[in-house]
Design a protein around this ligand. Sequence first.
Ligand code: PLP
Length: 435
Amino acid sequence: ITFHNSAHANHLKTTNGHFDSHHETAGNPKQLIGEALRHRVESIDHDDCEPGEEDAFFVADLGEVYRQHLRWKLNLKRVKPFYAVKCNPDPTVLRLLAELGTGFDCASKSEIEQILSLGVDPSRIIYAQPCKTKSYVRYAAREGVKQMTFDNADELYKTKQLFPDAELYLRILTDDSGSLCRFSMKFGASMDSTESLLALAKELGLNVVGVSFHVGSGASDPKAFLKAVSDARAVFDQAANFGYELKTLDVGGGFSGESFEPMAAILSQALDDHFPPHVRVIGEPGRYYVASAFTLACNVIARRTIEDPAEVVPSHMLYINDGVYGNFSSIMFDHQHPVPRILTANKRFLHDREEAEYATQPTTKYSVWGPTCDGIDCISASCYFPENLNVGDWLYFEEMGAYTRCSATRFNGFPDSHDVVYVSSEPGASALLGL
Ligand code: PLP
């Protein structure tokens, strides 16, 4: 698919999408994203296009990823980020992060492979999965990916057999009750088991180098880090009793764009209170880096009008070409509530002007549904838009970069991979990518 026109734009194709370079508008991300949405939508002949040409697509602002990185460095100086690939393994985002010098948290063989294929040194990877597939451990050993986590005795025996030189992080349990996605029912050694695990590691001659934790994804309570950091300190001290001089603390993920500064301040203070400067600290942020960088545009494929005698005006059900089995998998798996916004109404392009437009028009109740045959495939049970939204119009959804595309399925034969139009609102990001 090629992507043309715009008087000032210079469009460069990348391996998996299109780079839409508008350096002169680099100061205004919203406008840049709006232009990319408009170019793509206006290039589609809705009455005559081939099947799939009107598929949902993303606009990714690499400048936003770049800004998040600078923000991290400013607020969490001590913590080196190892981006959690599972959150969004977009190849261009990974390439940008590799250029920015982050490390990577990988959960499987294919994630490790993807990162190594970028030319990243294996020492910049942590295989942060306490319960690993044996053949993947052999693969990690072959490739020299030494850092990995464990939280149980069986994993230590496995490591002894397959990769005795691995650099092991003992993952401890946290209180993740304030998080959107909780992990502690599945992973993490309780504080009353850490001593026996360290004793076993010692007995097996294994190399424990650090402690890790995860306060849960989408953590809302910055204080979750306080207890986790002090528990980690206790495990560092326990390890010293077994002759281990631990070098690294891994504070996991759980960060989000909204609450980042207060969380970073509390974490930084806790780190300084408990760990001297020679202890290396790493983190595994996922959502923080990518959630806000991706906008998803979806086409309205059908509309059903509901005449309810109890209501003065009819309402509408809108069916769009992406749903909970696709990129809105975040509704089921990540407890998100994506907000539909109007890109075009009655074929008029509104992005960013829609609020002003709504103010002057009477609104109608809509619900928004995905394209599959399943009733669970509902994106918004109720929202209010002007009356004139119809088949062929487009909606868009912001904040669609985290835990969306990575968990999409092909249910009902719909695609699980969609085009990404890349823009960069930061010249620094474009320069790093050579665009
Ligand atoms: N590290 C591990 C081990 C995880 O399981 C996850 C998420 O599942 C992350 C990091 C990333 O978490 P977040 O996106 O909340 O930063």
